[in-house]
Design a protein around this ligand. Structure first.
Ligand code: PLP
Length: 402
């Protein structure tokens, strides 16, 4: 029979809410590149794009593993030497009540696995607003509605506890705490961690402590692991090689489950089912975990020094541009300036790519309080490149809004 009509293959309707603004903007940038312009990508938090290099001893460890033909599948949970090293790292972070550790294909997979293993239809999870959009994307995929609690710009982007409390319901199973935070760069105080722990205890919630940036602390703060403050609270601490060890392309992350052994046992079994169902994380790259966590850490003070200086330039410049203000980030490599403009921040960001060839991400891609507008900058490039980008941003602000 002749086929007369093209029948479209519809994508699953639950994907309608799957968005990842950080990369979704690339289509607009591609258009600008096609016209022969260079676009400065201040949208993706990839240190290697801006001259930061993976420490040589880690590269050697992976290379050696590959040469030794450790190229087959790994155990689903991860290789033993990596698991031991992650337990050692947990101990150094003061996390004492460790019940399980596992290696994943980036923290992205830890997030996917841990949320999938916890949440049933009809339940929800408290995620920060603004948040790292991986969380809302995974929740959308699972068909779980967003239950976002605000971070308070007036309080250096610390979680708004009153809002957090208000949003806990009998359906709520957990809280995501990103510390240091993406996109704001805030670092939680001990008091804040204790207050969140108290809420988790009272309402029997699992805490997902995303601490992937825990070694990129830019001021005198000490990074305090949530699980160290609350050894009794069921917690999964997320870490990985992407940021602290400058190897995002290796896709290596991990989860550390802590809390009361009997309480977390069934949840851990759920996680292991999913770990087995996806075979394993990248194998040769796992051989970099032990040298990363136990070997020389010389790169860290150098990276933090560079970031501190780039952060200072970012904050100073953003606060000098009319209609713009910026809370100083204390960790990671993101700033989240606020803009007071009559149109949406997405319009601003699109115009910035089209007219000035600088790519940042609109605040609406991370979430923000109604009637506030922001954008996220990645301040990884050197000062000269950043100064050029900020001059372009200042120009656009002046041309469009003065
Ligand atoms: N969690 C946060 C807060 C992040 O910012 C990122 C990446 O930017 C991830 C998780 C994902 O990390 P990975 O590269 O390990 O998948």
């Amino acid at each position: 029979m002749p086929i007369t009509q093209t029948r479209e293959i519809a994508a699953a309707s639950r994907l309608e809410n799957v968005r990842y603004a950080i990369r979704d903007l690339a289509c607009i940038a591609d258009e600008v590149i096609k016209q022969g312009h260079k676009v400065l990508p201040l949208n993706v938090g990839d240190p290697n794009v801006f001259g930061f290099e993976t420490p040589a001893h880690l590269v050697e460890a992976v290379y050696k593993a590959m040469r030794e033909n450790k190229n087959g599948y790994a155990p689903s949970q991860g290789i033993k030497e990596a698991l031991d090293a992650i337990r050692g790292e947990a101990a150094r972070k003061g996390i004492s009540n460790v019940q399980d550790v596992f290696v994943t294909t980036g923290v992205s997979e830890t997030v996917d696995l841990c949320l999938t293993a916890l949440l049933n239809p009809g339940e929800d999870l408290l995620t920060p607003c603004p948040d790292y959009p991986m969380y809302s994307a995974v929740l959308a995929k699972l068909g779980i509605p967003l239950n976002a609690y605000y971070l308070s710009e007036e309080d250096a982007w610390q979680p708004d506890l009153a809002d957090l409390k208000k949003k806990i319901s009998p359906r709520t199973r957990g809280i995501v705490l990103i510390n240091p935070n993406n996109p704001t760069g805030s670092v939680c105080t001990r008091k804040m961690l204790e207050e969140v722990a108290e809420l988790a205890r009272r309402h029997n919630l699992v805490v997902f402590a995303d601490e992937i940036y825990d070694k990129l602390i830019l001021d005198d703060d000490e990074h305090i692991a949530f699980a160290a403050v609350a050894p009794d609270v069921p917690t999964v601490t997320f870490g990985g090689l992407s940021k602290n060890y400058l190897a995002p392309g290796w896709r290596i992350g991990w989860g550390i489950v802590s809390g009361d052994a009997a309480a977390v046992k069934p949840y851990c079994e759920g996680i292991h089912r999913l770990l087995r169902a996806r075979l394993c994380a990248n194998h040769p790259e796992q051989y970099a975990i032990k040298p990363a966590l136990e070997g020389p850490q010389d790169h860290l003070p150098i990276v933090c020094q560079k970031l501190r200086s780039r952060r200072d330039l970012t904050v100073k410049t953003c606060n000098s541009i009319p209609r713009m203000s910026c809370v100083s980030p204390r960790g990671a490599f993101y700033a989240y300036p606020r803009i007071d403009i009559p149109e949406g921040d997405e319009v601003f960001v699109k115009e910035l790519i089209l007219q000035k060839h600088v790519m940042v991400v609109h605040g609406s891609g991370f979430g923000q309080k109604p009637s506030t507008k922001h954008f996220r900058i990645v301040f990884l490039p050197d000062e000269k490149t950043l100064a050029k980008a900020y001059a372009a941003i200042a120009e656009l602000m002046k041309e469009r809004y003065s």
